[in-house]
Design a protein around this ligand. Structure first.
Ligand SMILES: Nc1nc2c(ncn2[C@@H]2O[C@H](COP(=O)(O)OP(=O)(O)OP(=O)(O)O)[C@@H](O)[C@H]2O)c(=O)[nH]1
Ligand SMILES: [Mg+2]
Length: 252
């Protein structure tokens, strides 16, 4: 699509991503040149200069906003960060689309353009950058994590809707109405399971969801914020959300 037609708000959760945040912001600026966009960076207490760097960028670029968030528990709490970012974006912008983009290099911003294009052409409410459709590529991910992710998604497909292949990839593009719908629900989780809840809400309301192939790259710099207990919490959370979905708990 023509970047000048882009109209999107991006949520970028970060903790200690000084090594990569600059190149992500540069990539977005180059790719979305002429378009209408806002980047909300949600920081949860970085100590490596990420905050100072983003503050500096935000001073000269009004499209960048920094949200200082405070996580309340250890491990990966990017669910709460993404939710806070989306809340801020909905209150302060009027974009047609919103998206969640990781700062760690796993997500290619150019796929955002492709996803918006697909949403416009197919009238989709939500486009998932999926690791489990034909044409998707996963680079550098350890075999155990690949297998775990496959099992996780197979379980969720069985519990929720078999047509969706990637429930756990946080990289999605969705319309403003879909974003507002999610905000009407109180989340159960502040972990990555929150992103499964988002899908449970959208599926429960019959939104049109499309998956496109993504190229997912395991991070090459910095450290994963996921700790071993997150995996256990993730499995328990997915089961809880899956059964709650079946019980109709995500309907209005
Ligand atoms: N604000 C905030 N950002 C987080 C938190 N946990 C992770 N992030 C950010 O979310 C993005 C994804 O984080 P990762 O550590 O790669 O976590 P992940 O992608 O779930 O896990 P991996 O599969 O190991 O890459 C990065 O930009 C992180 O800096 C958190 O608790 N709060
Ligand atoms: Mg990651």
């Amino acid at each position: 699509m023509n970047p000048a037609d882009i109209d999107i708000g991006l949520c970028v959760p970060v903790i200690n991503e000084r090594a990569v945040i600059g190149s992500l912001l540069d990539n977005i600026r180059a790719l979305f040149d002429g378009g209408r966009y806002t980047i909300c960076i949600i920081d949860d207490g970085s100590t490596d200069g990420t905050v100072e760097f983003v503050e500096d960028r935000a001073r000269s670029d009004h499209r960048i906003a920094l949200l200082k968030h405070r996580k309340t528990a250890p491990g990966c709490r990017r669910g709460a960060a993404s939710r806070a970012g989306l809340q801020w974006l909905l209150a302060n912008t009027s974009h047609a689309f919103y998206s969640d983009v990781d700062a760690d290099g796993s997500h290619e911003p150019e796929e955002v353009l492709r996803a918006v294009d697909v949403a416009l052409k197919t009238q989709a409410d939500v486009v998932i950058a999926s690791r489990y459709v034909c044409g998707a590529v996963v680079v550098g991910r350890p075999i155990a994590r690949r297998a775990g992710s496959r099992m996780y998604n197979l379980t969720l497909r069985g519990l929720m809707d078999w047509r969706i292949r990637d429930y756990s990839h946080t990289f999605r593009v969705y319309r403003r109405e879909a974003a507002a719908l999610v905000q009407r629900f109180d989340p159960i989780y502040d972990t990555p399971v929150y992103h499964v809840e988002m899908l449970a809400i959208w599926l429960s309301h019959g939104l049109h969801i499309v998956e496109i192939p993504t190229t997912y790259r395991e991070r090459r710099t910095g450290t994963s914020k996921v700790v071993p207990s997150d995996f256990l919490r993730g499995v328990a959370g997915a089961l809880r959300v899956g059964f709650a979905y079946r019980a109709g708990k995500f309907r209005s």
